[in-house]
Design a binder for this molecule. Structure first.
Ligand code: FAD
Length: 220
């Protein structure tokens, strides 16, 4: 059965509420497709927001980085965060300036940090992380050694509450502008990866792996 996050004061979409979604079936694919997220938190009364990589492991978000990282130290101590994931699908070009918009899929998640401890759990989390970054790469690169593991903090944020907001379709001009002479429509946006550039220090004879050459954005 689809998991639905209850609507509360934290996650209820208020403006254009019909664009709001609360089902994990809508929210999780946005999280998975987003290459990065933005994590916001309070530290000594000051709000911060930090862009970072992420991966979703079932109902939790994994984040990782240097053990000196302030955001991770906040999460390691069980601190609260709000995380935003944003995908842009196109520019909506209306006849009127007022109705110009953007087609997008975005998700906002709330939760508290939990430190991932123990070698096995940490390696498992890093494997999930790498698999999101690039499938097949975990088994085709050197795994972290003990020193690297000590320098790395891995935390999870179990998703307590979440919402998605999605805009699709053409401009929503007012009927009285339909006869105006201005073009209107949608300019689709598509990000793509280019041709792989081999590291100049790479030992001779190592070909670009197929999983790199054929890597595509996770567009459904
Ligand atoms: C696309 C992307 C992916 C990233 N992925 C990761 C990741 O997976 N793990 C990870 O540890 N780090 C990641 N980073 C780096 C991350 O954004 C932070 O810079 C880092 O986590 C903490 O740096 P710090 O300790 O110097 O900053 P903090 O002590 O957290 O911040 C100090 C101040 O430095 C400034 N600052 C910090 N980071 C940035 C930034 N990115 N851009 C502009 N100003 C900044 C801000 O003013 C901030 O208040 C990523 C960055 C980007 C842009």
């Amino acid at each position: 059965m689809t998991q639905t996050f209850p609507k509360t004061n934290r996650n209820r979409v208020k403006r254009l509420a019909e664009r709001g979604h609360y089902d994990a079936d809508v929210i999780y694919p946005i999280i998975d497709e987003a290459l990065i997220c933005h994590v916001s938190f309070m530290h000594d009364g000051q709000p911060f927001i930090i862009p970072t990589l992420h991966a979703r492991d079932n109902d939790r978000i994994l984040l990782h980085g240097s053990q000196a990282n302030r955001m991770l130290r906040h999460l390691e101590a069980g601190g609260e965060v709000c995380i935003a994931f944003t995908l842009v699908d196109g520019l909506v070009i209306a006849r009127s300036v007022f109705h110009h918009s953007i087609n997008y899929r975005s998700a906002v998640v709330f939760g508290k940090g939990e430190l991932i401890e123990g070698k096995e759990a940490q390696y498992q989390a890093l494997e999930v992380f790498m698999d999101k970054f690039m499938p097949e790469r975990w088994n085709d690169s050197r795994v972290p050694n003990e020193v690297e593991m000590v320098q790395t903090t891995i935390v999870s944020v179990p998703i307590e509450s979440a919402s998605a907001k999605v805009r699709v379709g053409p401009p929503k001009d007012d009927a009285e502008d339909f006869e105006s002479p201005y073009w209107s429509g949608v300019l689709p946006f598509q990000a793509s990866y280019g041709t792989p550039i081999t590291d100049p220090t790479l030992k001779e004879g190592i070909e670009v792996p197929d999983y790199v050459r054929n890597y595509r954005l996770k567009r459904p």
